[in-house]
Design a protein around this ligand. Structure first.
Ligand SMILES: Nc1ncnc2c1ncn2[C@@H]1O[C@H](COP(=O)(O)OP(=O)(O)OP(=O)(O)O)[C@@H](O)[C@H]1O
Ligand SMILES: O=C(O)[C@@H](O)C(=O)CO
Length: 419
């Protein structure tokens, strides 16, 4: 193994796994830290955690366990992958996890969630989503990690142990290329900084940053930060050329489970709702027993097979707020995640073999319930969202879609990609 990745959610894990696979690394995604058994035959292993919104001390413990495992497998460099919209709260978990990993690995770690293909860019340390600042984007209404401050330096400083340990490598330096970026990082480290937010507005910037951090023990960011890393290993003669990624698709029915309330997912749900057999999950009805996973599974079994079934809880911010006011933020999420988990298990038991899951927390709940240990990475559907295949008996094909990723026709396109 050359590269080890610790991802704080499941969609984020497939996002970076896809980036590495497309750039020529044989990549496997594990579901949590593998307990035992052989090391996956891969150049890169992405350990998918569900640590984005759990208590910070648990996120740190899980991330350190992942680090220990990756180092024991021989990983030469570690990436801590979080969301391209820096999803977190002031309590964490990006800062506490990054601090703990850096304590073990040393050096200065870049913090760069830029992902230009999905319109996440960083300028002067401010994160833009499309044409607006993070705080003006739909992320301000996120059900679990509302983002209201666009300054990554400020947000990270609030989360790490020492607020003044966060510096900035500005665009004027990044534009000068890898040597200049490396020099700026070294200078920041001499000033006592532990983290450097690095500007990036285009893929060329990410590739230059990648070249500058070839020897850094720890990097943090979105999947974009991994773009330039395979080339570093290739330059050392450790990696071959980029090969095609294919999957062996099993026969079976198709389903979409959408638990993301992000703007992109809401649009994707609207594009097929009613055209495909559709069922909306309501947290209040699930909580008081008017809806149940068993009833949803039975409903799905009775639907014609020519189209995928769509089961979604995606809702507008007002409806999310109303549910949270009645149930509490955590309980609303848990009720839905438990339902999606049970529904996914029931659907697979009934013969579903192609499944799209929208939302990182939702994907974590679903994959956990399916008892999958590892995923092989297949072709990309839209930037950051590949098909994956469970490495085991069912051969289930899963696309774990980040809430805000994918074009409006994503669901139809996804199943089309497999044909
Ligand atoms: N109608 C709803 N009301 C309240 N909470 C909801 C509703 N629908 C979904 N949720 C909860 O909101 C959270 C959405 O998070 P999730 O990570 O699945 O999506 P996302 O944040 O959009 O995706 P990503 O993390 O990939 O960007 C989940 O915990 C989910 O259970
Ligand atoms: O970086 C992103 O935006 C995604 O991979 C993600 O982490 C969504 O949860």
């Amino acid at each position: 193994m050359l590269l080890g990745v610790i991802a704080d959610d499941f969609t984020g894990a497939t996002d970076i796994a896809s980036m590495l696979a497309r750039n020529g690394m044989r990549t496997v995604q594990t579901v949590g830290v593998p307990q035992a058994g052989a090391t996956p035959a891969a150049d890169a292993v992405v350990v998918a955690l569900k640590s984005r919104t759990i208590p910070p001390d648990e996120a740190v413990a899980q991330s350190l366990a992942a680090l220990d495992w990756l180092l024991a497998q021989g990983a030469r460099q570690i990436v801590f992958k979080y969301c391209s919209t820096f999803d977190s709260t002031d309590a964490g978990n990006i800062g506490p996890v990054a601090d703990a990993l850096l304590d073990r690995l040393g050096g200065i770690a870049v913090a760069c969630p830029a992902f230009p293909a999905n319109k996440r860019t960083i300028y002067r340390g401010y994160l833009f989503v499309g044409d607006v600042l993070l705080s003006e984007s739909s992320m301000k209404d996120h059900p679990l990690t509302p983002m209201t401050d666009p300054s990554l330096v400020r947000v990270l400083a609030r989360q790490v142990r020492e607020p003044d340990s966060v510096g900035l490598v500005g665009f004027e330096t990044v534009a000068q290329g890898a040597m200049a970026i490396g020099g700026a990082l070294a200078a920041l480290q001499r000033q006592g900084k532990r983290f450097a937010v690095v500007d990036a507005v285009a893929d060329a910037d990410l590739r230059a940053i990648g070249a500058a951090i070839a020897d850094a023990p720890l990097l943090t960011g979105g999947s974009g930060i991994a773009m330039g890393l395979p080339e570093n290993f290739r330059r050392l003669g450790l990696l071959g050329e980029v090969g095609a990624v294919t999957l062996d698709v099993p026969e079976g029915r198709a389903a979409v489970l959408a638990g993301s309330c992000s703007a992109a997912t809401r649009g994707q749900v609207a594009a097929v709702a009613g055209r495909w057999p559709t069922l909306r999950l309501d947290p209040l009805e699930l909580a008081d027993g008017r809806q149940s996973a068993e009833a949803v599974i039975a409903w799905a079994a009775g639907q014609p097979a020519e189209n995928p079934v769509l089961i979604y809880s995606s809702a507008e911010p007002d409806a999310v707020r109303a549910a949270q006011e009645q149930l509490g933020r955590e309980r609303a999420a848990t009720v839905l995640e438990d339902a999606f988990a049970a529904i996914a298990a029931g659907l697979v038991a009934a013969g579903v073999r192609r499944m799209v899951v929208a939302g990182g927390e939702t994907s974590g709940a679903v994959v956990g319930a399916l008892g999958i240990d590892a995923l092989a990475i297949g072709p990309e559907i839209d930037p950051g969202v590949p098909w994956t295949q469970a490495m085991g008996a069912s051969g289930l094909c899963l696309a774990l879609k980040s809430g805000n990723f994918g074009a409006e026709d994503f669901f139809a396109k996804a199943f089309g990609t497999l044909e």
